[in-house]
Design a protein around this ligand. Structure first.
Ligand SMILES: N[C@@H](CCC(=O)N[C@@H](CS)C(=O)NCC(=O)O)C(=O)O
Length: 218
């Protein structure tokens, strides 16, 4: 099989970081095409490959698009079977991992947005929600090294990109995630030692600066 793999993404896109980490875990060579989300106009490539959603990340494999980060990571796992398995082997464990991946997208990501956008009382309320979301995820992690148990896998890939905003959360909300969620922070440190993660995650400070500009945070 010819391995023509392109990832269309923006350096600070947490959803796209999942795709880049998964490809690196599998040892798949890919071309990265940067799409600058700071401009409103989407490139001709995005409009061609994702005419309905117009969103990134997009994985282009042999010229065909695969969309949606959860979907893409599952696709990568199915296609490049020779690399380490990303999804758990057991169907019940897979269902559990997918459920929490959706929790990250529906709860954590939307709470993050509310927290960064809001001020005053609303900001305090969403800060409390954000801490609850993180505590909930810490509970799912339990005492394991990784979400899937002993091995770094699917759910770790789903969440670790969001850790690049953790120091931004701390600065924005004047709190310490390590105090609220010590096991989760230990997991972040563990994951960041992996080459796939270290090569993919942007600098925490740059990530917060970008979000400050996006949300007009002073
Ligand atoms: N559920 C999608 C979400 C992707 C998404 O929301 N992408 C945003 C960036 S975070 C995007 O491409 N927005 C297009 C734009 O802002 O024009 C996934 O998991 O890939």
């Amino acid at each position: 099989m010819s391995e023509e793999v392109v990832c269309v993404d923006f350096w600070a896109n947490g959803f796209g970081m999942r795709v880049r980490i998964a490809l690196r875990e599998k040892g798949v060579q890919f071309e990265l095409k940067e799409e600058d989300l700071r401009t409103k106009e989407r490139s001709a490539l995005v409009l061609e490959m994702s005419p309905v959603l117009r969103q990134i990340p997009i994985l282009i494999h042999h010229g065909k698009p695969v969309l949606g980060s959860i979907n893409i990571v599952e696709y990568i796992d199915e296609v490049w079977k020779e690399g380490p398995a990303l999804l758990p082997a057991d169907p019940l464990d897979r269902a559990h991992a997918r459920l929490w991946a959706h929790y990250i997208d529906k709860m954590l990501f939307s709470t993050q947005t509310k927290f960064l956008k809001s001020k005053g009382e609303a900001k305090e309320k969403s800060k409390a929600e954000l801490i609850e979301n993180l505590k909930q995820l810490e509970q799912v992690l339990g005492d394991g090294n990784y979400f899937g148990g002993d091995e770094f896998n699917f759910l770790d890939i789903m969440l670790i990109p969001f850790s690049s905003m953790f120091s931004g959360y701390e600065e924005h909300g004047s709190f310490q995630i390590g105090v609220e969620c010590p096991k989760l922070m230990a997991w972040v440190k563990r994951c960041r030692q992996r080459e796939s993660v270290a090569r993919t995650l942007p600098d925490d400070g740059e990530m917060y600066q970008l979000h400050k500009a996006w949300y007009g945070i002073e």
